[in-house]
Design a protein around this ligand. Structure first.
Ligand code: WT7
Length: 658
């Protein structure tokens, strides 16, 4: 579609809230007014009404040591009790919690009563392994029900979990295990990916082989039945330890600010940040947003969030939000094209999924595969669609609405971050008139502004600035694990201590909607996953052939951004790279090296071997110019370069046939 066609098509659509949804929506216009009048009282009400407390809280928000927040001070609750036991006690034990669908077609239905047994058994097993309140547990598991049971068992014991995405390498695993000083690792022999068993346990072995570690035990789920190495005394099979445990376990109440989990995310330096979240505020926001934004009605909806549990979306919108609400959800282990490209739509048809939450990169992939694929399935159960991870471009929005949403389901484009814990900016189904491509407006209880370069808020349309959050919120990160200074410096210093700086560019449109414009720092967004240029650069220079490297995120049709690297070789390797064929071999070797160091998601789409990198007189690499090259644009202003001829060489190299 041309831009003109697209805008005239958009102008014809009626995107005002549908009456059908509005009649029964959890979100209402009145919530905005209530939260605006007194946001602390608003959150106190959400926390009291949505959660079951062992001890009620006194102070709603203690911000006296800003930016270190304490929410719901004096209160105590157990997260696992709130996500499982209380639903059973309320008589909903027979309700399905999880419709699990394995990639190979195996499936399991787990009710809330069964989930309670699983969580209790797992909590008892972890206790037997010596895990007590405050100990950290690393989790490196596929998308299987044991992952949910493990997280909830940790929450039950007050042992913060640190989930490491199954696509990360042994090296990445090692740094995260060390940083959190995890006592136990829970993993599986492998996971099913595209019909093949992809190993997991070998990465744990490699991570732990590198010398002394804090890890005492490794609990291993048998999933793929692959051959794996075994360390006697350290490794224990899940089925040997967990299956025989008692299904009785008393949840211990935790203080509101007890750490619930650590989740690592990329920042502007090479070292990933251990973002940590605490108990009550996080759960309150996860439950509230899942209710008003996804509009989950636990008695009638079947909800499906396609994220991996290894990302924050999986934490908040597979594990904590929907389970706190007592929802029924689908959990799918595999890839969307196995055994065929209609797999997701087949699952929606099978379970009558009514709410789907996914990412723009997936939607663009489905667009490429063709409209005829979803058309073969009955998707009439769908009533609400969600999007997360990056801005959803209007073409993808329209495709999603038409082909998956039956031309009528509202799409909630939800902006948030690992740090925010839960959704922050989004339309509400049944309330908001939608604007494709925009996340629109902070949800009730959340306050955001856009600042100019001087840190002044503005409201003019179409002027680009920086998104900031202006009030603390319950689900906010409480810090960076072990590094309070970095927390202040990263989020609360760019525009002074009053503003949380999100790292995203943003603008308003004429109607006052907020449009998110991507990261303004050296962070890329590849398929909705955050990667830092510095982390990939340091992976590249850890290879003996590379003297220096620069990495940029170049726009990519499917993945949003793609990793493009520029590398200067050490002199011993320059000749080798010049020889026929050797250059290509070396580039392949370097790409694989990055995948090994960080994980396959970080593998550069291309690596260009260059003689020099564009630098300012003070030695800073001008990534902006490299991005011009990577996106095939005319190279911008080069006058601040120490040597302005460098860019000519690089652009010529890029244009040369490869
Ligand atoms: C960054 C956070 C939130 C869970 C998944 C990613 C970008 C996320 C949107 C959206 C525009 C978005 C931002 C943000 N982002 N959702 N709806 N519209 N941009 O979590 O890895 O912490 O990444 O993702 O740039 O800062 P994350």
């Amino acid at each position: 579609m041309t831009d003109e066609n697209l805008s005239s098509h958009l102008a014809e659509l009626d995107l005002s809230p549908s009456e059908e949804i509005a009649a029964n929506a959890n979100g209402t216009e009145a919530l905005y007014a209530e939260a605006d009048a007194d946001y602390e009282a608003f959150w106190a009400r959400q926390a009291r009404e949505r959660l079951t407390w062992s001890t009620d809280f006194g102070t709603t928000l203690d911000w006296s040591e800003a930016p270190f927040a304490k929410w719901f001070v004096g209160g105590e609750l157990n997260v696992a009790y709130n996500c499982v036991d209380r639903h059973v006690e309320a008589g909903n034990g027979d309700r399905v919690a999880i419709h699990f669908e394995g990639e190979g077609g195996d499936s399991r239905t787990i009710t809330y009563a069964q989930l309670q047994d699983d969580v209790c058994r797992t909590a008892n097993a972890l206790t037997e392994l010596g895990v007590t309140k405050g100990d950290r547990v690393a989790v490196y598991l596929p998308m299987i029900p044991e992952a949910i049971a493990t997280l909830l068992a940790c929450a039950r014991l007050g042992a913060p979990h640190s989930v490491i995405f199954g696509g990360f390498s042994a090296e990445a695993l090692r740094t995260r295990i060390d940083d959190a000083e995890a006592k136990v690792v829970v993993t599986a022999d492998g996971q099913w990916r595209r019909g093949k068993a992809a190993p997991l346990k070998p990465a744990v072995d490699a991570a732990l082989d590198g010398g002394s570690t804090s890890v005492e035990k490794v609990l291993v789920v048998r999933r793929t039945e692959s051959e794996i190495a075994w360390t006697e005394g350290r490794d224990i099979w899940w089925h040997d330890l967990v299956d025989g445990q008692s299904t009785e376990h008393t949840p211990e109440p935790m203080e509101s600010e007890h750490p619930l989990f650590i989740l690592y995310t990329s920042g502007t330096t090479g070292k990933p940040k251990g973002i940590f979240h605490t108990t009550a505020g996080y759960l309150a926001q996860a439950a509230y947003t899942n209710s008003v934004v996804h509009d989950v009605h636990p008695e009638s909806d079947v909800y499906w969030c396609t994220a991996d549990i290894g990302w924050v979306t999986g934490h908040s919108y597979i594990v904590y939000g929907p389970l706190a609400n007592g929802a029924t959800q689908v959990l799918y282990e595999g890839t969307p094209d196995t055994p065929h490209q209609g797999r997701w739509w087949e699952i929606i048809e099978k379970y009558k999924v009514s709410i789907l939450y996914t990412a723009p990169t997936a939607i663009r992939t489905f667009m490429k595969w063709g409209d005829d694929i979803p058309a073969k399935f009955d998707l009439s159960s769908i009533r609400v669609l969600g999007s997360v991870g990056e801005p959803i471009n209007p073409e993808a929005w329209l495709w999603y609405r038409k082909n998956i949403g039956g031309e009528k389901a509202p799409i909630v484009d939800t902006w948030w971050q690992t740090e925010t814990g839960g959704i922050m900016i989004s339309p509400l189904p049944g309330v908001t008139t939608l604007e494709p491509g925009s996340a629109q407006r902070p949800i009730p209880g959340i306050s955001a502004e856009i600042l100019d370069d001087d840190g002044k808020p503005f409201t003019e349309a179409d002027k680009v600035g920086y998104l900031v959050l202006t009030k603390p919120w319950p689900g906010m990160l409480r810090g960076i694990w072990g590094d309070p200074e970095r927390y202040k410096e990263t989020y609360w210093s760019r525009f002074g201590e009053k503003y949380y700086f999100a790292g995203d560019g943003a603008k308003y449109d004429q109607k006052g909607n907020i449009w998110l414009l991507g990261r303004v720092d050296d962070v890329m967004n590849v398929s909705g996953h955050r990667l830092s240029t510095a982390e990939i650069e340091s992976a590249l220079v850890s290879h003996p052939a590379v003297a220096e490297a620069a990495v940029v995120g170049a726009s990519d049709e499917t993945t949003g951004q793609a990793v493009v690297a520029f590398a200067i070789l050490r002199s011993e390797y320059v000749e080798r790279a010049d020889e026929e064929g050797e250059g290509a071999d070396l580039v392949k070797e370097l790409r694989d090296h990055v995948a090994k160091e960080i994980g396959p998601i970080a593998k550069p789409r291309s690596i260009m071997i260059v003689a020099e990198l564009p630098k300012t007189r003070s030695g800073k690499i001008m990534r902006r110019l490299l991005k011009d090259v990577a996106e095939n644009r005319e190279v911008g202003d080069v006058t601040t370069l120490a040597d302005s001829s460098v860019m000519n060489l690089i652009s010529q190299g890029m244009k040369a046939p490869s």
